[in-house]
Write a protein that binds this ligand. Structure first.
Ligand code: BES
Ligand code: ZN
Length: 671
């Protein structure tokens, strides 16, 4: 039980900003100990707890030291220069200083590729600014540098009353930012800019403590060309009377981890979808987007009914140009989404449910370090499926769950054992390496298992209490374990005895009692796929008339280990899948075609790779291409042409993959 040793004084500062919170934690600890005494069956005692609790914010991916001096609030004033492709301006930080810090304590921030112009102390209004001395320390290829600021008069307690203003500009190395030329947008007439801060890219455009445990609030001014609209994932404020055109104001009063700070600038229009929901997109994309997402309010209501209020005010969706490297990103108040979910039939809205669910799991209760990433994504996939079930019924939920389960099983085949753990060690690696099916699907299976063991009613109440209790906090896997063992396990000790949390969190693969999602509709699809693969059913006779997108995906994935050029030709002849508008279906068909008849597939793969920047679609295709020498050379050529259109995050992943395939470097970041 060494993890329960009471943290030392400075660590308490982190654990709880206020005395009352400290008291609550203490009460929780006593309650926990008591519950354990009463409940010897709890697997707690068996849990090899080398997992630190919230009090131990060891984030190996940040140089920040928020337990000494924490950035509480950020005031931004940035100008977007589309000619120079850079942001330039000021970040003014309000700080909180822990009591009794040693007098040599400095402020530590994370920066990567930022051009720091100056650092100044800003006192109360009327007092002149005074320059502060600072230095950059280290230059890690993954983490960047520490920006170390010396306190005014060498006295760190002065940081409590003096704000720190950093004047800076971004450089072409800003991994968070993508500056699009007009031709890369739907309208073709205006440039576009957007950010993607998760996982550790915030430091490439904001000088902050870039750790998910270092929560802050912010306000911002963005100055952009007057014909463009600027958005941030925050509350949008009315312009003030004297504001020039092109000046936009924002603020966010809820404290968030830095990876949720986001902006977008472009030719954007808005369509309301309800009193607190709407969609932004380029004007030509807007009608389709508005139709696709018109159930958003019902989705919010579905979560609120079970898991507590939506605490972020508005919930809008921004549809980005196709180079957006992810499917979706749960930026607060404003989900960022790929245009590839606009299937026209709402069949891909699981992604919207997913990003919405993050408003509880992730944005409200946040993983404190990238080791604990599964707390964000596993909970979110679980909630996403609950929303799907509520809105579209269990059949739909089951299909989505099976697709997730199948990709998890595939991933488990390919991943080293250490990376199959939910509580993964990412020290020395890019946190992006942890972005596998494991935190998502294995995490969701753990919650499904708990729901099965304790019953839905109890589990829902437990989850609601979890969101309330940890609201606006960043927590660690150990906090989840404690909470589960104190608040859930005692409700049914017999059920608790069947749950091996250590196996779920610390062991590779899946525990023997992991739930196995099943779908009746998919079982029928598999039979059809078998007949088709054996040549017993022609492409014309496939029962596609009532197939949903999910059935198509499952059908194509079921064929993937039976590549066959003539079947692919038949599918294309009858169903035109190379030109399918649904990107999920098209991508699966391209994968199958590449395996079956590469020469035929190549031009279609090239067209796809040149038009979409979503990494989940790109990586498997590049991976498949590089399996042969000829394919690898094509992949190189395609990448050379396409990379100007990809976001830096996607460029980086693919470049690493191709270099590895060419034998230029050892496998990146694999221990
Ligand atoms: N927060 C993630 C995206 C992310 C995670 C970006 C880690 C960078 C680092 C987002 O919520 C997400 O999971 N998106 C998925 C879609 C979802 C339906 C599984 C995606 O983009 O594919
Ligand atoms: Zn997510």
């Amino acid at each position: 039980m060494k993890h329960h040793a009471l943290p030392n004084r400075s660590l308490w500062f982190l654990l709880a900003a206020s005395a009352s919170q400290t008291l609550l934690t203490l009460v929780g600890w006593i309650a926990f100990t008591w519950a354990n005494l009463l409940n010897p069956i709890s697997s707690r005692a068996d849990f090899p707890m080398n997992i630190p609790a919230a009090s131990e914010h060891i984030d190996t991916h940040s140089r920040g030291r928020p337990w000494e001096i924490a950035v509480n609030h950020l005031a931004l004033d940035l100008t977007a220069d589309f000619q120079a492709k850079r942001l330039q301006g000021e970040a003014t930080l309000t700080l909180k200083v822990a009591p009794d810090v040693p007098k040599e304590t400095h402020l530590y921030l994370d920066v990567k590729g930022l051009d720091i112009i100056g650092v100044a102390a800003v006192g109360p209004v009327g007092e002149p600014e005074r320059p502060l001395s600072y230095r950059l320390d280290g230059n890690d290829p993954i983490l960047g540098s520490a920006l170390i600021v010396t306190p005014p008069e060498g006295d760190p307690s002065r940081f409590a009353t003096t704000r720190v203003k950093i004047t800076y500009r971004t450089t072409p190395e800003a991994g968070a930012l993508q500056w699009l030329e007009p031709v890369q947008t739907a309208g073709g007439r205006h440039p576009f800019l957007f950010s993607q801060s998760q996982a550790i890219q915030a430091r490439t455009w904001l000088p902050l403590q870039d750790s998910p445990g270092a929560r802050l609030t912010f306000e911002a001014i963005l100055r952009v060309p007057p014909e463009l609209t600027a958005l941030m994932a925050a509350q949008r404020l009315q312009p003030r009377p004297d504001d020039p055109p092109g000046l936009f104001r924002f603020r966010l009063d809820q404290s968030i981890p830095p990876y949720l700070i986001a902006l977008a600038v472009g030719d954007l229009a808005f369509a309301p979808l309800g009193p607190r929901c709407g969609v932004f997109a380029e004007p030509s994309v807007l009608p389709k987007a508005a139709a696709e997402f018109d159930e958003i309010e019902a989705m919010i209501a579905a979560v609120e009914a079970r898991f507590g209020p939506y605490r972020w005010g508005r919930h809008d969706i921004l549809v980005l140009p196709p180079s957006f490297p992810f499917g979706g990103m749960e930026n607060p108040c404003l989900t960022f989404a790929t245009p590839t979910i606009l299937a026209g039939d709402k069949s891909l809205v699981a992604l919207i449910c997913h990003e919405l669910a993050h408003s509880w799991s992730g944005n409200l209760v946040t993983h404190a370090t990238w080791r604990d990433f599964w707390l964000n994504e596993g909970f979110t996939v679980y909630l996403e499926r609950r929303i799907l079930e509520q809105l579209y019924g269990p059949e739909r939920r089951d299909m989505e769950a099976v697709l997730g389960y199948e990709s998890l099983k595939q991933a488990l085949k390919d991943l080293p054992e250490a990376d199959q753990r939910l509580y993964i060690d990412l020290t020395g690696r890019d946190p992006d390496d942890g972005l596998t099916e494991v935190p998502y699907e294995k995490g969701a299976l753990l919650l499904t298992r708990l729901e099965q063991a304790f019953g839905r009613e109890r589990f829902d109440r437990f989850l609601k209490d979890y969101f309330d209790h940890f609201a606006f906090q960043s927590i660690r896997t150990a906090d989840f374990v404690d909470w589960t063992q104190t608040r859930l396990f005692p409700l049914d000790p017999q059920a608790a005895a069947t749950i091996d949390l250590d196996a779920w969190l610390n062991q590779p693969g899946l525990p023997a009692d992991a739930p196995t999602p099943r779908s009746n509709r998919f079982e029928a699809v598999v039979q059809v796929a078998d007949q088709f693969a054996r040549g017993q059913l022609p492409a014309e006779a496939l029962p596609v008339a009532n197939w949903t997108t999910h059935e198509w995906i499952h059908f194509l994935e079921s064929l993937s280990d039976r590549p066959n050029a003539s079947l692919v030709a038949d599918l294309e002849r009858v169903h035109h899948l190379f030109h399918q508008g649904n990107a999920e279906i098209r991508q699966r068909f391209l994968m199958l075609a590449l395996r079956s008849d590469p020469a035929t597939a190549w031009p279609h793969v090239e067209r796809f790779l040149g038009s979409v920047g979503r990494r989940k679609f790109l990586m498997p295709l590049y991976n498949e291409l590089i399996k042969t020498e000829e394919g690898r050379r094509r992949a190189e050529a395609i990448f050379e042409k396409a990379k100007a259109g990809y976001h830096p995050i996607a460029v980086d992943s693919i470049a690493r993959k191709l270099a590895q395939a060419a034998g230029q470097v050892p496998p990146a970041n694999v221990p």
